[in-house]
Design a protein around this ligand. Structure first.
Ligand code: NAD
Length: 249
């Protein structure tokens, strides 16, 4: 018997990186898991559903199909997200709207669609993938940071609103994690090795976070074992948020 036995989980962005690690971990711990992603191809026992979190019709039909297949939804992991780079002048209005639509409104759309199922669950939990960028000033990440700051705030507000529904709502704040996304960023850098070393050195532990480490934190917050925990942000960042070690010379 494990903590997720009999529970039904939906993971957005679950076809890659942190989402795939999370979906796989929840399944290994006993959950039936649906992955909602632009790319619905996921390994068994995960069940893939094509979904674009920036399209309300796509979200409502994918949530209904997933809930029908799983027999309900107890756990929602709002993980799908996209990046943006540059200072405040770097992105057009269209790009601002696109990133906020996926990263912020996407979580609202998904939660809204899943709410009737979550209300019917005795072990309801929502976990949002936020970021260290919500709470620390990182260079050249204005738009992305604004989106994750909004995720942080909507997590707290939603956690308050759904106390009486018995739905716990938390978020994780990863530091730079070694996922295909970061791989793409490194590939685009002038000197990928130097860029990787700089990102690793920025985190006090001196290395990137792994997708599996973030998945473990998400699973903790999604599990009935954390039943008194709501409205929190759990850092998985190698100490980046709270620690200021002396620079190594
Ligand atoms: P990834 O690119 O490896 O995976 C993202 C997944 O989301 C992909 O499968 C993609 O198809 C899916 N997706 C993208 N847009 C979508 C949409 N509109 N609808 C449905 N699915 C969509 O990325 P990752 O690094 O695993 O990031 C996952 C989450 O973690 C994101 O929210 C990201 O902001 C957050 N995060 C990542 C890092 C990092 O360093 N990798 C750090 C902090 C937070």
């Amino acid at each position: 018997m494990t903590d997720f036995d009999g529970l039904r989980a939906v993971v957005t962005g679950g076809a890659s990186g942190i989402g795939l690690a999370t979906a796989s971990l929840l399944a290994a711990r006993g959950a039936r898991v649906a992955v909602l992603d632009l790319n619905p191809e996921v390994p068994a026992p995960l069940r893939g559903f094509r979904c674009d979190v920036s399209d309300d019709g796509s979200v409502t039909s994918a949530v209904s199909a997933a809930a029908a297949e799983l027999g309900g939804v107890d756990v929602l992991v709002n993980n799908a997200g996209i990046g943006a780079q540059g200072d405040v002048t770097a992105n057009s209005d269209d790009e601002w709207h696109r990133v906020l639509d996926v990263n912020v409104v996407g979580m609202a759309r998904m939660t809204r669609a899943a709410l009737p199922h979550l209300r019917a669950s005795a072990a309801a939990a929502v976990v949002n993938t936020c970021s260290i960028a919500a709470v620390q000033g990182l260079p050249n990440r204005v738009l992305y940071s604004a989106s994750k700051g909004a995720v942080y705030s909507l997590t707290l507000a939603m956690a308050t609103d759904h106390l009486d529904d018995g739905i716990r709502i938390n978020c994780v704040c990863p530091g730079t994690a070694d996922t295909p996304w970061v791989g793409r960023l490194l590939d685009a850098a002038d000197d990928p090795e130097a860029e990787r070393a700089a990102l690793a050195a920025r985190q006090p532990m001196g290395r990137l976070v792994t997708a599996d480490e973030v998945a473990q934190a998400i699973a903790y917050l999604a599990s009935p074992l954390s039943s008194s925990t709501t409205g929190t942000a759990l850092s998985v960042d190698g100490g980046m948020y709270g620690l200021r070690p002396r620079p190594k010379t």
